[in-house]
Design a protein around this ligand. Structure first.
Ligand SMILES: C[S@@+](CC[C@H](N)C(=O)[O-])C[C@H]1O[C@@H](n2cnc3c(N)ncnc32)[C@H](O)[C@@H]1O
Length: 198
């Protein structure tokens, strides 16, 4: 595993319409959000406007330096609902089963697929999501950039849906967030039993 993961320090947040994203996420003050592949926390801090101390935001990234900076900023700003975790999400998330209302994966799934680590990560997401919980995937349109990664590693909505179906997720809507990025929503089937390997 490289010391600095691919995608570290990059963010799609500046290219999306945040109002559309958060309207679609329909976060509540008591929700538990998992921001998987949070990077420097641009989505995390925006979500903190919607989730208060009654809930929690778990900001997870393999990029230890970015997570440390995120934690420092969260403490400085008194955002105690934000909890940071510098871990490899494809191995084990430090969360109990069935505790997360919404998982956001903002421009990270294509990196996991490129690394071949997406199955472990999606298994962990399915484990920690509450039955009926929601997974929100933000990805770049499968067109040339910039902005965004090379076209050949981008994921079209149908490819995302196929990857997620194997983990018990069913499509729950899709919308454009800008000319460059789309949001695809998925619900975890209540009877899903597939978990990551112990
Ligand atoms: C393109 S960045 C997106 C960051 C953030 N979502 C944003 O757009 O502002 C992808 C992030 O995924 C993280 N990442 C990649 N593989 C990971 C893994 N196995 N576990 C946790 N984080 C991972 C990278 O470190 C990077 O910060």
């Amino acid at each position: 595993m490289p010391t600095q993961p691919a995608g570290a320090g990059k963010s799609s947040f500046g290219y999306i319409d945040g109002a559309t994203l958060f309207r679609c996420l329909a976060l509540r003050p008591d929700h538990v959000l998992l921001d998987l592949g949070c990077g420097a926390g641009n989505y995390t801090f925006a979500a903190a406007d919607h989730i208060q101390a009654a809930g929690a935001i778990h900001a997870v990234d393999l990029w230890a330096e970015g997570v440390a900076a995120l934690q420092t900023r969260a403490r400085r700003e008194g955002l105690h609902q934000i909890q940071t975790h510098a871990v490899d999400a494809s191995k084990a998330l430090p969360l109990n089963d069935d505790v997360v209302d919404v998982c956001l994966m903002a421009t990270v799934l294509h990196d996991l697929v490129t690394d071949g680590t997406h199955k472990g990560a999606l298994g962990e997401v399915a484990r920690v999501l509450k039955p009926g919980g929601r997974l929100a995937v933000v990805e770049f349109e499968k067109e040339g950039g910039p902005p965004g990664p090379p076209r050949h590693i981008r994921l079209a909505p149908a490819e995302v849906a196929e990857l997620l179906a194997a983990h018990g997720f069913t499509p729950a809507g899709q919308t454009g967030l800008s000319p460059h990025l789309y949001l695809a929503l998925f619900d975890l089937k209540a009877d899903t039993v597939e978990r990551s390997a112990p």
